[in-house]
Ligand binder design. Structure first.
Ligand SMILES: *[C@@H]1O[C@H](CO)[C@@H](O)[C@H](O)[C@H]1NC(C)=O
Length: 176
């Protein structure tokens, strides 16, 4: 019986590591290597792409571009709105930029190339909070989603992880 429990515990640990691995995934901005540029139309914009993507805590965004001509600036909401490049939170110009999304909520990025942001080369990414399941810049979650039990059976990795941790805890306590 103890052997069975140990096997189960190891399986759950592996699952846990696997879920962490999923969260560590890298997301190529725009889904292709030449996406960091002035969009040719509204439907071609990076925010259209972002609305249809899911971003979780632990994911990394990756930009590929010509570092001699362009850059990626992480800015405040205000500077995003006004395309103000003078005071970025962070500035990247290496042509192969990776930014880890460490917390939930919105992240604002604009191009540092002269006039590019004004022409639409900008991106807002909204990182899902662990307990909410809405995507991108969609409407706020319904009250039912906010007031659910602490460990609700959610479909996201964080929810699964919480569930596994609890199961793991119960098993370990059972072995003692
Ligand atoms: C950009 O922001 C800085 C401070 O962060 C401010 O001093 C400057 O006036 C702003 N420029 C424009 C064009 O709004």
């Amino acid at each position: 019986m103890a052997a069975f429990a140990r096997t189960l515990t190891s399986s759950l640990l592996l699952m846990f590591l696997f879920l962490n691995y999923i969260e560590a995934k890298e997301i190529l901005v725009g889904g292709k290597t030449d996406a960091w540029k002035i969009p040719s139309s509204e439907s071609d914009s990076l925010n259209k792409w972002a609305e249809n993507s899911r971003f979780r805590i632990g994911n990394s965004l990756v930009w590929k571009y010509d570092g001699s001509k362009d850059s990626v600036l992480q800015v405040t909401k205000e500077d995003y709105g006004s395309c103000n490049t003078s005071n970025p939170i962070a500035e990247y110009r290496d042509g192969n930029t990776k930014v880890k999304l460490e917390k939930s909520g919105p992240f604002y990025f604009i191009s540092g190339a002269q006039g590019h942001c004004e022409q639409g080369q900008k991106l807002v990414v909204v990182v899902l909070s662990p307990r909410h399941r809405y995507t991108g810049i969609s409407p706020a979650p319904s009250p039912a989603e906010i007031e659910g039990p602490a460990i609700a059976p959610t479909s996201n990795a964080a929810g699964l992880k919480a569930g596994f941790l609890v199961t793991l805890g119960v098993l370990v306590l059972g072995l003692l």
